[in-house]
Design a protein around this ligand. Structure first.
Ligand SMILES: [Zn+2]
Ligand SMILES: [Zn+2]
Length: 422
């Protein structure tokens, strides 16, 4: 009998964590945190001694709580792609720093982050490996560079964990592997189960228009991006449209780009980001005096954070907020309650003690890296599972209900719920 325990990321987006007990092995897939609420939320505790952690990709909602495991004395390997280790190093230390700054309760130390990184066991796509008697194969999830869909084969059962995945190509990476066998159990993300994406090309054109509009009026075009994948997606778009303006990249967006450039084979075209940066002559901002200097003439600034919650974008907005010839492009989903979402609703940038009625032109674009509704349904039908568990979404129950109507045995587990697979 196999036992599934849903420890986090069930009827929500954030703190993803699923424990699979095969009787012979205890394998944890993802152990993330939820940072869109304060204080940060963690998944349920893992009481068992683990044989391995499978990390799907380098986003905090999947990796952020792994150091807690080592703080509690776990000693198992953490499996993931090499790039996921590099991205985890960047975001785990950053998350630790922010936690200290915000006075959050300390659940782990820097030593535990180092233990996480030291225990990392790099793997490759489509090269099976074993954790005890369980065979694990990672497929390309097409979500961000290094993202993985995990297939576990154990006790004559096949369990597929999609984590965040995207079946469509983006400018930066190819869509998810589709050559995946049929399975008995599917644990699927549900982020876009109720929504289709708008036409991608129109979104790209919209962003280029917003940028060019600002530059034509001698303004500055700010582009707020998530550091990992979105920044490099935007760089690839700017390259495609052959923009000839001064382009700067700042904050964690710069660090993440450096890491992604170390893995040219994971890009849709080998080394495309590096080449785009050379063609566009993108300049990194490395200190505060540079930051001040570049605001003296028209340019494009790509920086973090993507939801305007902090990072250099906050500085730039504070300097440019009342200049209506400037533009601010938001390039990702804005979680309700974040500065970005509040700005879209009210026109005000409310950050710390600041409340600025923004005069720059503000627009939001959808460059999502999650599978759309129709593709999600297609994927489920293709792998044809006997049981489906819908996780990672705002309406996982609705998705499970729809799948049930289509004849699948589908549920949206609750936080902490356990299921047996006979
Ligand atoms: Zn993700
Ligand atoms: Zn996620």
């Amino acid at each position: 009998m196999i036992r599934l325990s849903f420890l986090g990321g069930t009827r929500e987006v954030g703190r993803s964590a699923t424990l699979i007990d095969t009787e012979t092995e205890k394998i944890l897939i993802d152990y993330g945190i939820k940072i869109s609420v304060k204080p940060t939320q963690y998944p349920k505790n893992v009481k068992a001694k683990l044989d391995g952690v499978l990390l799907s990709h380098g986003h905090l909602d999947h990796s952020g709580a792994i150091p807690v495991l080592f703080h509690q004395g776990q000693k198992c390997p953490v499996h993931g792609m090499e790039i996921t280790r590099s991205l985890s190093r960047m975001i785990l230390f950053d998350s630790y720093k922010i936690g200290r700054y915000e006075g959050e309760k300390e659940r782990y130390s820097k030593t535990d982050i180092n233990k996480t990184l030291r225990n990392f066991k790099p793997m490759k796509y489509r090269k099976p490996f074993n954790i005890g008697k369980t065979t694990v194969t990672a497929f390309d999830a097409g979500h961000i560079p290094g993202s993985a869909i995990y297939l576990l084969e154990t006790q004559n059962k096949r369990i597929l964990y999609t984590s965040d995945f995207n079946t469509s190509d983006t400018r930066l990476i190819n869509g998810a592997d589709t050559d995946i066998p049929q399975v008995d159990v599917l644990i699927t993300e549900s982020t876009y189960a109720q929504r289709e994406h708008p036409d991608r090309q129109k979104q790209e054109k919209g962003m280029i228009e917003a940028i060019e509009g600002a530059l034509a009026n001698e303004g500055i075009a700010l582009v707020a991006c998530f550091a990992i994948a979105r920044t490099q997606e935007v760089l690839s778009i700017l390259d495609e449209y052959n923009l000839q303006e001064k382009i700067y990249i700042d904050g964690m967006a710069r660090k993440a780009t450096r890491i992604i450039n170390e893995h040219p084979e994971l890009q849709r075209e080998y080394n495309q980001v590096n080449r785009a940066m050379q063609r566009l002559k993108v300049k990194p901002i490395t200190n505060h005096s540079m930051r001040k200097k570049i605001l003296k003439e028209p340019c494009i600034i790509i920086t973090t954070s993507g939801m305007l919650t902090g990072g250099p974008i906050a500085y730039y907005i504070e300097k440019l907020w009342d200049r209506k010839e400037c533009s601010l492009s938001l390039t990702g989903f804005q979680v309700p309650g974040t500065e970005g979402a509040v700005l879209l609703e009210t026109g005000h940038y409310i950050h710390g003690d600041l409340d600025l009625p923004i005069k720059m032109s503000v627009r939001k674009f959808d460059f999502s890296s999650h599978t759309s509704r129709s593709e999600l349904f297609k994927f489920v039908k293709k792998v044809n599972p006997e049981r489906v568990f819908c996780v990672h979404g705002d309406n996982t129950e609705g998705f499970a209900e729809e799948l049930s109507k289509e004849g699948f045995d589908a549920v949206a587990p609750k936080l902490g719920e356990n299921f047996s697979i006979e």
